[in-house]
Design a protein around this ligand. Structure first.
Ligand code: GLC
Length: 438
């Protein structure tokens, strides 16, 4: 495989961490029917604020519990929505009144969160929406909650996107100077006219509407080493992004840009929407989520898994069940995730399995998605394995390297190694065989 594209931001810790928590928390937790609800239902500001701004009262908010849940699941970093598209700010910004301290919450909700997660050793990431459906200078485009307003053109005459840019940059400056070291910034998102298969008549926003170049320059200046995602509309600019972020999508292989593999992270939800959604029934199981994580690491990527806390300020039971289940597996199998990446060339992935590899310890991990009967044939592994064990209990797995009659029977190549597995599947969600390579 070609060398992974180097990044301006420090991704050395990131590609070892592999697993992070995304948090989408804002006023939209109250309607509890998608974080885009203002846009989808085209709710006017007055209505939205009268309902949700005035009633936002997360009385059970305990960031220590959130951080404990994330750490317990084995997550190594978190990324929280400082502001989502609705424009509401979780922190005590000096540049707006539209912030948590002015709701019944009555305080900066971000600061204690950052402290709690840092206290558990997690790295800190800020998601920040470029889009703002609340700010009076944000020019109404085809994605705006007021896109169909009869006076759109007239309203836009009063709006000055340059003033919005000042606000955007000013707020990012606050976030990157007042909360200590920030490891990741996740800008969201650009949708320039005439892209993503949209018609040329579509009115969107891109780099000029955020002044992305200067925003990026300031970001890197204020927080040297910070990792920047790929949504500033600077894909074609040298150093314009560090991490590719496929959303709710499992790439087929290691993500590439211009034929070169890159640092990448897929963000995924439990049930479809990012904000707390009461009625969604499409929750992924612990088993599916673990497979997702394993699959991502086997392709050299990271998984950023999202929780949408409730309006009371809690992770709901469905989220907790999943985080706990994941943590249960991670406690014994984290070794096959942290510091791991795709298997080097030459090792073939056996049927129903995913391989991950730790280059520092020179160990290979065979994740067995469907438990076979006794024999697992590993092509390309012959003479390369020193010792093998089940990861969950460190019990030896014996192996043979068939030359003789066995190879004749089943046509195994002379590069095959065969694991002798127990008949009964170990009592863990996904069993892993750890191979110490020579
Ligand atoms: C999106 C959505 C969104 C979510 C996000 C996560 O582009 O607008 O609601 O925050 O990406 O990647």
């Amino acid at each position: 495989m070609a060398e992974v594209r180097s990044t301006v931001g420090d991704t050395s810790w990131f590609v070892k961490a592999r697993f992070g928590l995304f948090i989408h928390w804002g006023l939209y937790a109250l309607p509890a029917r998608h974080e885009w609800v203002k846009q989808i239902e085209q709710i006017p500001d007055e209505v939205y604020d009268k309902k949700y701004f005035l009633h936002f009262d997360p009385d059970l908010y305990d960031p220590e519990q959130w951080a404990a849940a994330a750490a317990g699941a084995g997550m190594k970093y978190f990324v929280v929505t400082t502001k989502h598209h609705e424009g509401f700010c979780l922190w005590d910004s000096k540049l707006t009144d539209y912030k948590a301290p002015n709701t019944p919450a009555g305080r900066d909700l971000l600061r204690p969160m950052v402290g709690a997660f840092r206290g558990r050793g997690l790295r800190v990431g800020f998601y920040h929406s470029l889009i703002d459906w609340h700010h009076p200078d944000f020019v109404i485009d085809d994605v705006h909650s007021m896109r169909n307003h009869p006076d759109r053109a007239k309203l836009n005459e009063q709006r000055d996107q340059r003033r919005y840019i000042e606000y955007l940059h000013g707020q990012v400056r606050e976030l990157l100077t007042e909360y200590g070291k920030v490891d990741i910034i996740f800008y969201d998102f650009s949708y320039p006219s005439g892209t993503h298969g949209r018609p040329d008549t579509f009115v969107g926003k891109g780099r000029d509407d955020w002044d992305s170049q200067n925003l990026l320059r300031m970001t890197r200046e204020l927080q040297p080493g910070i990792i920047v995602n790929d949504r500033l509309d600077l894909m074609d600019v040298e150093g314009g992004w560090d991490v590719r972020t496929p959303e709710q999508f499992m790439p087929r292989r290691w993500v590439e840009v211009d034929g070169q593999p890159v640092v990448w992270e897929t963000c995924q939800t439990f049930s479809g929407s990012w904000g707390y959604h009461r009625d969604e029934a499409t929750w992924k199981s612990v088993d599916q989520l673990l497979r997702m994580l394993i699959e991502v690491v086997s392709k050299g990527g990271n998984l950023l898994l999202n929780v949408g806390p409730t309006g009371r300020g809690e992770f709901d039971q469905r989220a907790m069940d999943r985080l706990t289940g994941i943590g249960e597996w991670m406690r014994r199998h984290g070794r096959s995730i942290y510091g791991c990446t795709a298997a080097p060339e030459g090792f073939q992935t056996p049927q129903d399995c995913r391989l991950t590899y730790n280059p520092e310890t020179n160990r290979m991990y065979v994740h067995i998605f469907a438990w076979p009967f006794r024999h697992l044939h590993l092509d390309g592994f012959r003479d390369r394995v020193e010792y093998a064990q089940l990861l969950n209990d460190a019990s030896e797995i014996r192996f043979t390297q068939p030359h003789d009659h066995q190879a004749e029977v089943d046509g195994s190549g002379d590069n095959t190694l065969t694991l002798e597995l127990p008949v009964v599947k170990p009592n863990v969600a996904i069993p892993v065989v750890e191979l110490y390579l020579k």
